[in-house]
Every structure is written in structure tokens, then in C-alpha cells.
Design a protein around this ligand. Structure first.
Ligand SMILES: *[C@@H]1O[C@H](CO)[C@@H](O)[C@H](O)[C@H]1NC(C)=O
Ligand SMILES: *[C@@H]1O[C@H](CO)[C@@H](O)[C@H](O)[C@H]1NC(C)=O
Ligand SMILES: *[C@@H]1O[C@H](CO)[C@@H](O)[C@H](O)[C@H]1NC(C)=O
Ligand SMILES: *[C@@H]1O[C@H](CO)[C@@H](O)[C@H](O)[C@H]1NC(C)=O
Length: 298
């Protein structure tokens, strides 16, 4: 059989999810521009004045804010979002307070996304003191984000306060190579369970395949097997161009021995067609798991 025949026999030629590289992070820097409490067009308002001090830091006092975010310290730079949320005086000495806010991006590279921050802001001394707060979540590009925010106030004028915000967002990028012995070959790691359309193809509408494909850290078939992708694919696209898959990557060796990752989603055959790494019995195709964006910065 020609290799192209094998190719059409299995759309799960797919193999490989990201490489065993270490934990990594995304570092983003923003500048926050506040018009301070009490000035014209203040971006901070005192909601609760529990101790009658009129200060944001009073014990029990609450402020709400909508501070502008920009890519630079320049007040004339475009606003790319706002830090919206609250601070509550939760320190009897007035030296710090608890904050919870969202950095909501309405322009720039992260337009439409947001980061959620929670933690203690240290207000004394105000300038150059680094506060570390948790990144507890996000939306859009930052969906599921975890990490930490380091912030410090760097410029104070009679009306404005400028802070530097450094967000460090954790993400994992792991790469594996999946080795499949194609449907129909000796010792195939894929089997046709349901042949609903009688095509014998994994991609037939309604057809179901089960698989037990080997996972290795490299493309080398002689490298140690560190686990298997076990699961199923169902032809759920009338054109045969894609299918729905659900499987577990079960690690039985290597660094992640004893752990597993559960994957669910649509597999596109086009991604396979573009790859040259196919021979008559096995296929190696690289798939990068889309999670958080790769390391970059503003
Ligand atoms: C306050 O905002 C108004 C309306 O945007 C603007 O005309 C005015 O110049 C602002 N005042 C200050 C002090 O920024
Ligand atoms: C941000 O995204 C919204 C929605 O897609 C769009 O309407 C708006 O023009 C964008 N703003 C900027 C500054 O890019
Ligand atoms: C199939 O598996 C058997 C048993 O492990 C092995 O002896 C044989 O060489 C394999 N055949 C191919 C083509 O890999
Ligand atoms: C994987 O872990 C199991 C259970 O701890 C152990 O028995 C086995 O030897 C490990 N395999 C490898 C290849 O490290």
C-alpha cells in the first residue's frame, strides 16, 4: 500500500503534544495612572469612611477605583485598559490594605481580555515599595491565568500617582511526541471500532476509532516510551475534514510517571496533511497545545 493510502486511513496520524520543557511564564509590564482621591476627575472614590479620616488607608475604609492602564509612563500614551476594583483598609496601622481588582484591557494587544488580582497593597512608604499580589484568574487570552503581580508606585504629583505593574503569568509548555502505528498496519495502535459509513476510514461520518499511541520525548522510535495516548476519535464532520477526540495522555515513565492529562476537542486533518513526517507504518506530527500565549512582553 502506498503511504498516501495509509494516510487516508487514519486521521489520528497526529502525534505529539509539546516537549518536556520546564515551567515557564509570561512577563507583561503595564503602567497604571491614577488621579488621586479628592482631585478633579479623580479615578478613586472613597466609598466608606469608617474611621472619619477621609483616607484610603483608614481601618475599615473602602475605596473604589478605575485607574487607567498604559504601556508607558506617559500620560499622553493611549489608554489600553483600566484597573477596576476596590481596596479596603484592613491594617490597623494604616500601612497596607487588601485589594481585589480586574485589569480590563480595552485596547492594545490584550484588548478584550482581563486579569484578576487579589492581595495586600503596601502603602507605606508609598513610593518604590513593591507589593506582591496574586493573579487569581483572567478572561480571554488570560483565561485560567495564575501567577503573581509585582507593583510599585513610581511617580507622585499633586494630582497623579503612577505605578509600574509587572505581571508574571505561569504556564506550562510541555512537548511530547506521539507515535502511532496506522490503522490497518501490523501492530496498529489504532483500531476501527465502528464503520458507520462503510468507508473503513477513521474520518468517516459516524465512524469511531480507539487508540493506544505511544508517547516519547523525541521523534525517535527507539527512544523510551514514557506513556500512551489512550482514547477515541469519532467522525463528527460530514466532510471528513475533522473529528471529535477525547483521550488521556497516561504517563508510565519519565518525569510525569504516574500522572495523566485529559484532552478533549476537535482534531483537524489539515494539520496532518501539511506535515511530511509520515511513512507507511507510523506517523509523527507535531501538535502544539494552545494554552496561554508564548513568552512576550509589551
Ligand atoms: C476633567 O474631565 C473633564 C471632562 O473630560 C475635562 O474637560 C477636564 O479638563 C478634566 N479636568 C482635569 C483637571 O483633568
Ligand atoms: C477593542 O476591541 C473591541 C471589540 O473587538 C473593538 O470594538 C475596539 O475597537 C478595540 N479597541 C481598540 C483600541 O483596539
Ligand atoms: C508486531 O509485534 C510483534 C510482537 O511484539 C513483533 O514481534 C513484531 O515484530 C511486530 N511487527 C511489526 C511490523 O512491528
Ligand atoms: C513508574 O512509576 C511506577 C510506580 O511508581 C514504577 O513502578 C515504575 O517503575 C515507574 N516507571 C518508570 C519507567 O520510571
Amino acid at each position: 500500500m502506498a503511504s498516501s493510502t495509509f494516510f487516508f486511513f487514519s486521521y489520528f496520524l497526529l502525534v505529539s503534544v509539546a516537549a518536556a520543557s520546564p515551567e515557564n511564564y509570561l512577563h507583561l509590564r503595564f503602567f497604571q495612572h491614577e488621579r488621586i482621591l479628592g482631585v478633579a476627575n479623580a479615578t478613586v472614590v472613597l466609598s466608606v469612611n469608617a474611621d472619619n479620616s477621609g483616607l484610603a488607608t483608614g481601618f475599615g475604609n473602602v475605596v473604589a477605583y478605575e485607574n487607567a492602564l498604559r504601556e508607558t509612563t506617559d500620560l499622553r500614551a493611549p489608554v489600553i485598559g483600566h484597573s477596576q476594583g476596590l481596596g479596603i483598609g484592613s491594617d490597623r496601622s494604616g500601612a497596607s490594605g487588601f485589594t481585589a481588582f480586574s485589569m480590563v484591557f480595552t485596547g492594545g494587544r490584550y484588548n478584550g481580555s482581563s486579569l484578576d488580582i487579589q492581595g495586600i497593597f503596601i502603602s507605606q512608604p508609598l513610593l518604590e515599595t513593591v507589593s506582591e499580589r496574586a493573579i487569581v484568574g483572567g478572561t480571554g487570552r488570560f483565561r485560567g491565568a495564575r501567577g503573581y503581580l509585582l507593583s510599585k508606585e513610581i511617580v507622585l504629583t499633586p494630582e497623579t500617582l503612577t505605578g509600574q505593574l509587572d505581571a508574571f503569568i505561569n504556564y506550562y509548555h510541555l512537548r511530547f511526541f506521539q507515535h502511532e502505528r496506522i490503522l490497518g498496519t501490523p501492530n496498529a495502535t489504532v483500531v476501527l471500532s465502528v464503520n458507520a459509513d462503510n468507508s473503513g476510514l477513521a474520518t468517516g461520518f459516524g465512524n469511531i476509532v480507539a487508540y493506544d499511541n505511544a508517547l516519547r520525548e523525541t521523534t525517535d522510535l527507539r527512544a523510551p516510551i514514557i506513556g500512551h495516548s489512550q482514547g477515541l476519535g469519532i467522525g463528527s464532520d460530514r466532510s471528513g475534514a475533522s473529528g471529535f477526540t477525547v483521550f488521556s495522555m497516561v504517563f508510565t515513565g519519565g518525569k510525569y510517571n504516574g500522572s495523566s492529562l485529559d484532552i478533549q476537542g476537535i482534531f483537524h486533518i489539515a494539520a496532518v496533511a501539511g506535515d511530511g513526517g509520515i511513512n507507511s507504518d507510523s506517523a509523527i506530527v507535531e501538535q502544539i497545545s494552545p494554552s496561554l500565549p508564548v513568552v512576550d512582553s509589551l
